[in-house]
Design a protein around this ligand. Structure first.
Ligand code: G4P
Length: 295
């Protein structure tokens, strides 16, 4: 997608974040990597693994309310198979939040046993929360701590100080020091992040984006498209993305004066309905396609 080229990963700022994370590693016991359950591969910055080095990690698949439950299960199984503890969360309702602390304690069980043996019983467990913008870090921290994570806009040049949150007796969370940008190491990653709305629409042509998304949905989730837009499968056969967009605009009566189909409005509707899972619980990154998880 031509327009994606303007959205770039910001290497300078990533270097800063990398340094900040590295400088805090000695203060923490584990890292909670927040991912979007609809794109567990694409929402993970691939450099994170080397930045956090050997720190114990917990993969948190957030927004699981909008992902395909069977795919989320497959991802959790795959991550576990790779030796990475993984949980699914829905920070909108709080579902799954109670599994977080026990999972961290389980991951750190040897360390906790060693502390206890040294008489350091009840030592505070410190976990750094990391994740690319929009995966739900604020929602997670706010829900866990019942405090409000300071609203800091994720954009180049904005710095975030160290913020600690107590989430229970002897359990603290450290917010990501800096902004962990996504990395568009292949075009598909950038596109998927744009589909879910993690890349701002003002830098992407929404009609092109919605047209491409519709082709993907027609090819992989045709039932959802047919049901939502009251279309027959045959009507969509062989159509290009823009034609699909026009078809939906027409079906929804989105016409401009003069009778032309308002494809801009149709695009906004499609993207909005996809992003809010009105089109269904759809996981874009299928576990089977990513046997080498990059966490
Ligand atoms: P960030 O700090 O990592 O950037 O993410 P943040 O918590 O701000 O969440 C980004 C958006 O995702 C927010 O929506 C938030 O409500 C939503 N969100 C977070 N966790 C979940 C979840 O588990 N399920 C669902 N469905 N949504 C989730 P927003 O529209 O940007 O803000 P708001 O209107 O909710 O305030």
């Amino acid at each position: 997608m031509e327009e994606m080229k303007t959205i770039q990963w910001f290497p300078g700022h990533m270097t800063k974040t990398k340094r900040k994370i590295e400088s805090q590693l000695k203060l923490i016991d584990a890292v909670a990597i927040l991912l979007d359950a609809r794109v567990p591969y694409s929402s993970c910055n691939p450099d994170l693994r080397s930045i956090i080095n050997n720190k114990p990690r917990i993969a948190v698949l957030n927004k699981c309310d909008m992902a395909d439950p069977s795919e989320t299960k497959k991802w959790i199984a795959l991550l576990k198979e790779k030796g990475i503890a993984a949980i699914a969360l829905d920070c909108k309702t709080g579902k799954g939040l109670n599994t977080f602390i026990p999972t961290v304690k389980n991951v750190l069980s040897d360390k906790i046993a060693a502390w206890n043996a040294k008489g350091m019983t009840g030592r505070t467990i410190k976990v750094m929360v990391v994740g690319i913008p929009n995966v739900g870090k604020s929602s997670f921290i706010n829900r866990m701590s019942k405090q409000n994570r300071a609203k800091v806009e994720d954009r180049p040049g904005v710095t975030r100080g160290n913020q600690w949150f107590t989430i229970g007796k002897g359990f603290d969370l450290l917010d990501t020091p800096g902004v962990l940008w996504p990395k568009f190491d292949d075009q598909a990653v950038g596109e998927k992040l744009a589909y879910i709305g993690s890349v701002k629409d003002d830098v992407v042509d929404t009609e092109t984006l919605a047209a491409r998304l519709l082709v993907y949905l027609r090819d992989h989730h045709i039932h959802s498209v047919c049901t939502r837009y009251k279309l027959e499968r045959e009507e969509m056969t062989g159509l290009q993305g823009y034609e699909l967009l026009s078809l939906i605009g027409k079906k929804r009566g989105m016409l401009m004066s003069g009778g032309e189909i308002n494809t801009e409005r149709a695009a906004a509707t499609v993207l909005d309905e996809f992003r809010s899972a009105v089109l269904g619980k759809i996981t874009l990154d299928k576990a089977v396609d990513y046997p080498n998880v990059r966490i």
